[in-house]
Design a protein. Structure first.
Length: 349
């Protein structure tokens, strides 16, 4: 039995999650159990990270942000109040993703100073160096957590971008599929910040008060569908926020959010043909968005909070790599096949 912590900061750049996971067994035969999650707001680091993502930054700016994120991440792990930790896997904050270049920002030194265990970081670089997209990165962890003996399962993450893992019934890892679908919360949050001066439309309340404008909805749906058919990972320059604001400039905020929410939900609903659909990520709390997706359930009845899925996946992938297995799947990221372990960089013993 191992206790492993995985950390994740999402594309909204407003918080960090640390998830404690119990790992039983080794390699691809392991099982994972959720223990607890701790979260921290990034405070005034959020606008700095968003600015770095838009325009880049100097070495001093990047260094300051990386160290600050390392400190906040350390404090978040400490909130878990674990007696012992065997391994910590740090994803960092993605501030640029356009393969073959992808930047996950974090200075691991504050974590190294606080915890005596092994620390893993930078999970995407070796995949990128082998010609892969470096994403989606969670499908193997989804296979460990959510595969089903008799039902084809789609694990849908409603994050800044929506991504889907497809798990055929009783499948082996080589049969797992995964892909980015379209811009999701990044688009909705951009509208909320511009029109409402808030970070997001809480529970989709404002969207629920609007009427869908079919013309705007259809145009957005076309652009979102193009993203789902792009056969690449989504990232920098794919958020569509400014485009949607310009497209819907004559609409009320309620109607624009209603139209964008329906377009996103419709695109996601058409992205799979699975009979069992599990939702995770911050978007599960947007009731209006969820209503536009076909019959679904969240991962919470399985004992995993929706917000914990990505952090838990990082913990599992940390264990997978320590056991000598690659964390990405070549049929998903497009990387070359290799006998070497593809995954994390270890920055401590």
């Amino acid at each position: 039995m191992r206790i492993i912590v995985g950390t994740m900061t999402g594309t909204s750049m407003d918080g960090v999650d640390a998830v404690a996971v119990r790992i039983d067994g080794k390699g691809l035969s392991m099982s994972a159990s959720f223990i607890r999650i701790a979260s921290s707001d990034l405070g005034n680091l959020t606008p700095m990270l968003r600015e770095l993502a838009v325009r880049g930054g100097s070495e001093d700016e990047l260094g300051y942000a990386a160290k600050k994120l390392g400190i906040i991440t350390t404090q978040t792990i400490q909130k878990l109040q674990l007696e012992s930790i065997d391994l910590i896997a740090l994803h960092g904050q993605t501030i640029f993703h356009d393969p073959p270049i992808s930047v996950q920002l974090i200075n691991p030194q504050p974590v190294l100073d606080a915890f005596p265990c092994a620390i893993l970081t930078d999970p995407r670089q070796s995949d990128l160096q082998l010609g892969g997209q470096g994403a989606p990165i969670t499908p193997l962890a989804d296979w460990i957590m959510f595969r089903h003996e008799t039902k084809k399962t789609a694990v849908i993450n409603l994050g800044g971008f929506c991504n889907v893992t497809i798990l055929p019934a009783n499948c082996a890892p080589k049969h797992v599929l995964g892909f980015d679908v379209c811009c999701c919360n990044l688009l909705l949050n951009a509208i909320a910040r511009e029109r409402l001066n808030t970070d997001f439309d809480f529970n989709g309340t404002v969207a629920s008060q609007g009427q869908v404008d079919n013309a705007v909805c259809n145009i957005l749906f076309e652009y979102l569908s193009e993203q789902s058919q792009a056969d690449r990972s989504l990232g920098t320059n794919d958020d569509l926020g400014r485009f949607a604001l310009k497209l819907g400039k004559e609409l009320s905020t309620q109607d624009l959010l209603a139209s964008a929410t329906k377009a996103i939900g419709s695109c996601i609903a058409g992205s799979h043909d699975a009979e069992r659909v599990l939702l995770a990520g911050g978007g599960v709390h947007n009731e209006q968005l969820v209503s536009h997706i076909s019959t679904v359930e969240t991962i919470e009845p399985l004992g995993i909070p929706a917000q914990a899925r990505e952090g838990m996946a990082m913990a599992i992938l940390g264990a997978v790599a320590k056991d000598g297995f690659s964390i990405t799947l070549p049929q998903i990221t497009g990387r070359l096949k290799t006998d070497e372990v593809v995954g994390w960089v270890q920055v401590s013993p």
